[in-house]
Design a protein around this ligand. Structure first.
Ligand code: ASN
Length: 315
């Protein structure tokens, strides 16, 4: 269904009506989502790009990073942001307890990921983090953001949907919740592609063994984390979790994963002092969500300046 024949890559021609319709839809979807969170009392935080501390993105069943972008500035080594997870944890612990960030991430995905139709080497996450929140709270927030934006687009942007030839269904809430292990057992290794095609509405998948900062229940070994899988083959669009906040567990998990503790010293120091608050949050891939809304064949179709793995454009 989705190849690499993309529309809108020719930067020397005026943009197509299709692409302009996509940008109109994106504008309004972002406005709806931002307004909803502002009404709920969230603080709008601006992103950080270069940092000594970023998401290791590992271990993770989805890992496909070719290289980490590191540069030296003022005699110090910093990385391009892979996700603001560390910053989110610090902020909700020391400052406002409900935050959101439209956060650009740089992830140099392997070139073969160009063909999935779902990977970009630069993209933006709609990040949310809430102190003392649980999984269900975060499910509720994103379910509202998703359904309200879809309702808005159907009601006010029907002309754009027509240009795109897109029929958009309003998903039923609450979205169904499944354990990753049960999906894996039933559908095998490619369960994500399978469920993304079979289910008609988005589904939450919980219990994913991955990065140290997601909460692991010491009694059951269950991971209190989640992904949201979109239907029609669009796949994962959100990932998040309840978070670890205890020093011992964090230190042990960093060691288990073979990560350099000095990159996460701030988290460890706060945890040691009892200042790292429990929280939960997630990030929604904005381009993937818009690709689903507009029915794009490749996620890069929603970017004015496509960032497809392996292809470095003129601008
Ligand atoms: N944004 C994700 C979260 O909040 C982390 C990630 O992007 N890897 O858990």
């Amino acid at each position: 269904m989705r190849g690499l024949m993309l529309e809108g890559l020719d930067l020397r021609k005026p943009m197509s009506g299709r692409k302009i319709a996509i940008l109109r839809i994106q504008t309004e979807v972002l406005r709806v989502m931002v307004e909803r969170l502002l009404e709920k009392g969230f603080y709008w935080i601006l992103p950080v790009i270069l940092s000594k501390s970023t998401d290791p993105l590992w271990p993770d069943p989805e890992f496909s990073i070719e290289k980490k972008v590191e540069v030296e500035i003022y005699g110090e080594k910093v990385s391009a942001m892979q996700s603001m997870i560390v910053h989110k944890r610090v902020l909700v612990s020391l400052g406002p307890e409900k935050i959101f960030i439209l956060s650009p991430n740089i992830r140099i995905e392997r070139r073969d990921r160009a063909a999935t139709g779902r990977h970009l080497y630069e993209f933006t996450q709609f990040e949310v983090e809430v102190a003392y929140a649980k999984m269900q709270d975060i499910f509720g927030i994103y379910e509202e953001l998703i359904t309200e934006s879809i309702k808005y687009v159907r009601k006010h942007l029907s002309r754009e949907l027509e240009v795109l030839g897109r029929e958009l269904k309003i998903p039923q809430t609450p979205f169904k919740v499944y354990k990753r292990s049960e999906l894996e057992e039933k559908y095998g290794a490619s369960w994500q592609d399978e469920v993304s095609r079979i289910f008609e509405d988005p589904i939450w998948v919980t219990g994913i063994p991955r990065e140290f900062y997601d909460y692991e229940d010491p009694e059951t070994g269950e991971w209190r984390n989640y992904d949201l899988i979109l239907p029609e083959g669009y796949g994962e669009v959100i990932s998040g979790a309840e978070r670890e906040y205890e020093y011992e567990k964090l230190a042990k998990k960093l060691e288990r994963d073979g990560l350099d503790k000095s990159n996460y010293k701030i988290l460890l120091d706060l945890a040691k002092e009892g200042l790292l608050k429990p929280s939960a949050g997630a990030g929604l891939g904005i381009e993937r969500f818009i690709a689903y809304i507009v029915g794009a064949r490749h996620v890069a179709e929603v970017q004015p300046f496509p960032r497809i793995p392996g292809i470095v454009p003129e601008i």
